[in-house]
Design a binder for this molecule. Structure first.
Ligand SMILES: Cc1cc2nc3c(=O)[nH]c(=O)nc-3n(C[C@H](O)[C@H](O)[C@H](O)COP(=O)(O)O)c2cc1C
Length: 197
């Protein structure tokens, strides 16, 4: 199998990390891989993604606690949109649960303020590039949707020096996996609605 397909087919979300540092030059390469993903052509032609890199253990732990609290506060809302599954709510209440799984690197990807409807696609495409690039270097990763409430938390945005108007789109963690990740479960094969030769 060629290396690109191998990395796509064997990538798994990693939730158990060694404490070992991921070198800064590798993190920069991962971000560069993200910026090479396609993006919608905005009127200004600016490239729409910006990143915050956090390697500080104490800060990552603190952000995990903050996100958990924000979820739990939101869960009292009557809006069904923000109801979480029971098992997630249970985990969020556990003091030992770290939403970032003690990974040594947290990268928050933001969309620029003028990025209109396609900002989610732009950032998702960049994220996948980063996850696959990481796998190719033996680095584990996981997309952490549970980190999203941090993007609406002004204290967090101020602490991270995020300029006004930038929106958090994708929280990602990276690090060296404790053990080899399992082979992914087979995906649905029957995914094509129609094929018109
Ligand atoms: C938008 C999005 C949000 C996710 N949020 C979380 C999360 O908060 N915590 C987590 O452990 N995994 C999270 N994941 C990872 C998924 O659980 C995982 O990709 C999925 O179960 C498929 O498994 P695989 O990545 O090993 O192939 C998220 C994935 C996506 C795409």
């Amino acid at each position: 199998m060629n290396a690109v397909f191998e990395n796509i087919f064997l990538r798994r979300s990693v939730r158990d990390y060694k404490p070992n540092d991921v070198p800064d030059d590798i993190i920069r390469e991962l971000i560069k891989a993200g910026t090479y993903a396609p993006y919608a052509p905005y009127p200004t032609r600016d490239q729409p993604r910006r990143f915050v890199v956090i390697k500080n253990r104490e800060m990552i732990d603190r952000l995990s606690e903050r996100a958990k609290k924000l979820w739990l506060d939101m869960s009292t809302s009557s809006d069904p949109e923000i109801k979480r599954p029971e098992n997630v709510m249970k985990a969020l209440k556990m003091p030992e649960f770290n939403i970032f799984y003690n990974a040594p690197v947290l990268i928050l990807m933001f969309a620029m303020p003028h990025a209109y409807t396609s900002h989610e696609y732009d950032c998702a495409a960049a994220a996948e590039n980063m996850l696959i690039a990481a796998r190719s270097l033996g680095i584990g990763s996981c997309w952490i949707g549970l980190g999203m409430p941090l993007g609406s938390d002004q204290n967090t945005l101020t602490e991270l020096d995020v300029p006004e108007g930038y929106r958090l789109m994708v929280p990602l963690i990276f690090g060296y996996p404790v053990k080899d990740v399992e082979t992914p479960p087979p995906r649905d094969e029957d995914v094509i609605f129609k094929w018109m030769p």
